[in-house]
Design a protein around this ligand. Structure first.
Ligand SMILES: NC(=O)c1ccc[n+]([C@@H]2O[C@H](COP(=O)([O-])OP(=O)(O)OC[C@H]3O[C@@H](n4cnc5c(N)ncnc54)[C@H](OP(=O)(O)O)[C@@H]3O)[C@@H](O)[C@H]2O)c1
Length: 228
């Protein structure tokens, strides 16, 4: 399989591109907002599938530049989904646990999204664009586990189920899929890589503390014990 990866220079993109056979044009070479250029350049890439990562993923930036976040995360996704549909190429759209409010955790694919912030809303709207385009697609909701924990402390009471979107190559299913590892706190996650990390309680009432996803469908597809 040869993949066209949008947003290949980003955090997730760099990781994925190191593992997959792909073409990952830069933002400058392949601006997902430039519909005309996108249609033109699309013809050049001989690919079997698209992994769409390009986004405004910084939540503070998404909030302060709502126009930009809406354009890239919603309209840009629409452009990519339309192209996928036109070229009958399957699309993997990387979405996020932020489509849920982060209150009760254990969210299933069938649970109704109710994003807690503007970033989450734009990613959910991106999901709807993918679905409306009619292209063959898999929406992968996941969270990201950085190789290095960039802080001296990590929250003990914020739960996650982080795993990189390694399912792309495993998946022949379509629709929505939650991908992750068993639920754990940020602290448990961080101290695997840095034993000296200090525990901290998150006291911000607005911070979504139960963002963990129910991953039963993913486990059934993988058919093996997941990463921890
Ligand atoms: N990081 C996470 O924790 C996480 C968790 C779940 C899901 N996701 C999703 O995974 C995807 C990747 O996240 P990430 O953390 O890797 O993001 P990132 O590091 O912020 O990278 C975003 C990428 O999008 C590109 N981009 C932005 N606007 C573009 C445009 N108009 N046209 C083409 N490319 C554009 C950026 O290129 P330039 O830098 O050159 O502008 C960059 O390569 C996003 O869709 C995000 O919502 C991320």
């Amino acid at each position: 399989m040869r993949y066209l990866v949008t947003g290949g220079s980003g955090k997730l993109g760099l990781h994925l591109c190191a593992k997959l056979e792909c073409v990952a044009p830069s933002h400058a070479a392949f601006d997902i907002l430039d519909k005309t250029a996108l249609v033109r350049s699309f013809e050049r890439y001989d690919v079997n599938a698209i992994i769409h990562l390009a986004a405004i993923s910084d939540q503070k930036l998404a909030d302060s530049r709502r126009d930009l976040a809406y354009a890239v995360n919603v309209i840009g996704t629409r452009n990519i989904a339309d192209a996928a549909n036109r070229h009958t190429i399957p699309l993997f759209y990387i979405s996020t646990d932020y489509v849920f409010p982060g209150i009760s955790g254990g969210y299933r694919e069938t649970d109704p999204p109710a994003p807690a912030n503007f970033y989450g809303w734009t990613k959910y709207a991106g999901e709807l664009e993918v679905r409306a385009s009619g292209c063959e697609h898999l929406v992968i909701r996941t969270s990201f586990r950085p190789d290095a924990w960039g802080f001296p402390t990590a929250y003990t009471n914020v739960m996650t189920s982080a795993e990189l979107a390694r399912c792309v190559t495993h998946c022949h299913v379509r629709g929505i899929l939650h991908v992750g590892t068993p639920t754990k706190s940020f602290y448990d996650l961080a101290r695997r890589r840095h034993a000296a990390i200090e525990p901290e309680e998150c006291s911000d009432p607005c911070f979504p503390k139960r963002r963990d996803l129910n991953i039963d469908r993913w486990l059934a597809i993988r058919g093996t014990t997941p990463g921890t």
